[in-house]
Design a protein around this ligand. Structure first.
Ligand code: F6P
Length: 343
């Protein structure tokens, strides 16, 4: 019986379990054996696996996170680790591997396919929605809905206290979550990495709004937003195995500047990992399921080295190498729509 491996790597997000469920179900229906690789690429290094069947996926559809665990392990950090992954691939007798992850996990998949022709298929995952070649990655819709609900809640307290509320979202170096959640939640300003922050402009917007009798404002800022002068706020010291600094803290810097310049009382809420937790939305459950099914179909067609993707409402595939080293910036049209409501 041919054996398919599946791993989930990088930051977790809602929708991973629906993907796992779909891959296992479709594979089992076609008489494959499925091996779950635990904790992303770390499981391939340590040959840490679990046998997956219909019992192991029972009840996981609505659950957040990933039943396989995850890590930000990068086997390409050390030459011997890459060799270990290739060796373990053979030892585990895998005829194919489904790698579910973001830019980093899929980047490793792309390299393993290119360097060793390992039969790998990728599935794009991230709340950040910054993976090239796909319109949407699963996890994003859930994160947007969580952030939108938080913005709704912050509106009522902002209004009661006549305050400015700064809401910091995740999203790395792309402003997708901030733009979508800000638009859906009625933000009065949305600041994203794609458009450097001009603090004078932000304060003018707020003053203009207050000038027409509105004495509270909601400012959404993406964690990766950069000030016009070139400053990006990061958390000290921490760099992951892929060389990424930890972002976070721009909301506090922004709030202090807004309070100083406008004189209005300002508070900050950093949404943080709340955006990655809990049950996936229907959209993410369905998208994850469609991705999982297509990934197994690609394996059955022996079409390796591809990542499944959503274009319009169609599930398609793109060569894995096409997503390497790219970040998909926010769609300008949607940002322009959000801008209509600023101030
Ligand atoms: O890529 C997903 C993400 O949640 C980013 O939005 C955020 O910058 C990062 O992961 C946080 O990583 P960690 O979970 O390691 O703190």
């Amino acid at each position: 019986m041919a054996r398919i491996g599946i791993l989930t790597g990088g930051g977790d997000c809602p929708g991973l379990n629906p993907v796992i469920r779909a891959v296992v179900r479709k594979a089992v229906n076609h008489d494959y054996k499925v091996i779950g690789i635990k904790n992303g690429w770390r499981g391939m290094l340590e040959r840490d696996t679990i046998s997956m069947d219909l019992d192991t996926i029972s009840g996981i559809l609505p659950k957040g996170g990933t039943v396989l665990g995850t890590s930000r392990t990068n086997p390409y950090k050390k030459e011997e680790d890459v060799q270990k992954v290739v060796e373990n691939f053979k030892q585990l007798e895998l005829s194919a591997l489904v790698a579910v992850g973001g830019e980093d996990t899929l980047g490793v998949a792309a390299r393993l396919y290119k360097d060793f022709q390992l039969p790998i298929v990728g599935i794009p995952k991230t709340i950040d929605n910054d993976i090239a070649e796909t319109d949407f990655s699963f996890g994003f819709d859930t994160a947007v809905n969580i952030a939108m609900e938080c913005i709704d809640r912050l509106h009522t307290t902002a209004e009661s206290h006549h305050r400015i509320m700064v809401v910091e979202t995740m999203g790395r170096h792309a402003g997708w979550i901030a733009t979508y959640a800000g638009l859906a939640g009625g933000a009065d300003a949305i600041l994203i990495p794609e458009k450097p922050i001009d603090i004078e402009e932000v304060c003018d917007l707020i003053m203009k709004r207050h000038g027409r009798g509105k004495n509270f404002s909601i400012v959404v800022v993406a964690e990766g937003a950069e000030f016009k002068e070139g400053t990006i706020v990061t958390q000290e010291g921490d760099v992951d195995e892929f060389g990424h600094v930890r972002l976070g803290g721009v909301g506090h810097v922004l709030a202090r500047l807004i309070q100083e310049k406008t004189g209005y009382e300002t508070r900050v809420t950093v949404l943080g990992h709340i955006q990655r937790g809990g049950s996936p939305t229907a959209f993410d459950r369905i998208l994850g399921t469609r991705y999982g099914i297509r990934a197994v179909e690609l394996i059955m067609e022996k079409k390796f080295g591809y990542v499944v993707c959503l274009r319009g409402n169609k599930i398609e595939e793109a060569p894995l190498e096409k997503i390497l080293g790219k970040i998909k910036p926010v769609d300008e049209e949607i940002y322009r729509i959000a801008e209509t409501f600023f101030g």
